[in-house]
Structures are given as structure tokens and as C-alpha cells.
Design a protein around this ligand. Sequence first.
Ligand SMILES: [Zn+2]
Length: 93
Amino acid sequence: MAKVKVIPCKVCGGEDIELRDCGYNTTHMGGGTCQSCGRTVRDTVRMYPSPLDLARIWNNNQKPGTEDKLKSERAKTRKLRKQIRDLRATPVA
Ligand SMILES: [Zn+2]
């Protein structure tokens, strides 16, 4: 398959992404699979998709979505709450 640019896996950072389409059914699916963590991204593709079509499906899913942003904001909030607790627990000298 031709070399196309794929964004590294958003879960593990893996760069070895296998792009493939899975058979010629009525609902034609294709996308990519990360070879390090097994994360798979699939979407419907046209008949005989080009490597670029498959790469696009993978790439579009590597941008942080709303869920990822929420996760990261929640993590920040937890960290700040802990800092506040620690500060409150520290006796003022
Ligand atoms: Zn991965």
C-alpha cells in the first residue's frame, strides 16, 4: 500500500498503523488499526477506497474529541482539588 501520512495513535502514540478495508459488503467499512495497542477506527468507505481515504478515517479520529477534552479537564480539576486539600491540611507556620 502506498505511503500516506497518518497521525500517531491518540491512545498509545503508536505510529505503526495498518490501514485496511474489510470486504465488499453493502456497508463497506474501512479504517486503521494501531499495531501497538490494537485501537481500531472504522467508518463506512466507498468501494475500493484509496489509502488516503482510509488514512482520513484514522486521522479524523485522532483529534481530541469532546470526551477527551472533558477527561483532561476533570483530571485538572482533581489535581487542583487535591492541592487545595493539601494547602488546608498544612498548618500555617
Ligand atoms: Zn495505539
